[in-house]
Write a new protein. Structure first.
Length: 296
């Protein structure tokens, strides 16, 4: 099967910075894929290369099997990108922007689809306003609509929810999820790790232009090394037990193996301290991310 996205040995050297330092990555058709990493990790550079906006220094990139340089028109047509930066033409209305964009792909009679997209992004009442008259969140919606206008098999969203209210986020994810269910491949970058955790089946993490993790969201969450227990106890424990003070009169115990938890509880009992409450804190993607990025 053709990969939706495939990059090999990708390097991007700017004068000052090495934005990408040898990336190999495949995103399968139909996946909901997360591309995460701290500021400056190279996410947007990678996306720009896939969209044919930036030339790689070395390596290759393909969208639906089309090389982004040798087969630019086909690869570009297979891809819809929601850019991180708000760029727009102030003199067009939202609807006009979408028609112009359709024309750019040689598509004419797609008014029904344009209506469908506008409606699903909650833009019915704003479609005929000039771009400059739209709020930031509304402009962001137009960018999303613009990326979808040619029904691309692969949709890449570069921080689409930055500065976006809860309503739009939910609406956007509902719509993008339904497109994913219909078979569109979705790649998402976000700094809201909860979003990535909820939406993405697989996640790649970048740091300084390198791939530092690539796994299913499930595996990433379960391979976390550290566990955490929160306890309420009836007396201060001796320091040797290794409990640290946490918020709300809790004591925190960090451990790697569950046997350490047994040893800690036995030591507490020996010290004559009673456990009033205890809960294990489930690691979330943010913990995993912090740990991976720190150790990489
Ligand atoms: N046009 C450019 N000229 C020079 N350096 C650039 C250019 N674009 C990006 N860079 C550098 O490349 C590196 C990667 O930037 P990039 O925008 O890809 O990161 P990012 O992961 O998208 O970050 P963010 O989360 O902040 O959006 C950074 O060090 C950045 O300064
Ligand atoms: Mg970026």
């Amino acid at each position: 099967m053709t990969a939706a996205l495939k990059v090999e040995g990708l390097v991007k050297q700017y004068r000052q910075a090495r934005a990408l330092d040898g990336i190999d990555l495949e995103v399968r058709e139909g996946e909901f894929f997360g591309l995460l990493g701290p500021n400056g990790a190279g996410k947007t550079t990678l996306i720009n290369i896939l969209a044919g906006l930036t030339r790689p220094t070395y390596g290759s990139a393909e969208v639906m099997g089309f090389d982004v340089m040798r087969e630019y028109p086909q690869s570009r047509r297979a891809l819809g990108v929601v850019p991180q930066e708000l760029v727009y033409d102030p003199f067009f209305t939202a609807r006009e922007v979408l028609r112009v964009q359709s024309g750019y792909f040689g598509i004419r009679k797609n008014d029904d689809w344009i209506e469908h997209v506008l409606h699903n992004l909650g833009m019915d009442e704003h479609a005929d306003k000039n771009m400059r008259a739209l709020s930031g969140g509304m402009k962001r919606r137009v960018l999303v609509a613009q990326a979808l206008v040619h029904k691309p098999p692969v949709i890449v969203l570069d921080e689409p929810t930055a500065g976006v209210d809860v309503d739009l986020r939910q609406m956007l994810w509902q719509f993008i999820r339904s497109l994913n269910k219909e078979g569109h491949t979705v790649v998402l970058t976000t700094h809201y790790l909860e979003e990535a955790e909820n939406l993405c089946e697989r996640i790649a993490m970048l740091k300084q232009g390198r791939l530092v993790a690539l796994d299913s969201t499930h595996n990433l969450l379960s391979r976390r090394l550290e566990h955490q227990a929160q306890l309420k106890i009836d007396n201060d424990p001796p320091p040797s037990i290794g409990l640290k003070r946490g918020p709300d009169n809790n004591w925190i115990f960090i451990f790697q193996e569950f046997t350490e938890l047994e040893v800690m509880l036995a030591a507490i009992r020996t010290a004559g301290i009673k456990v009033l409450e205890m809960q294990l804190v489930e690691p979330d993607l943010e913990d995993v991310f912090t740990e991976i990025i720190r150790n990489a």
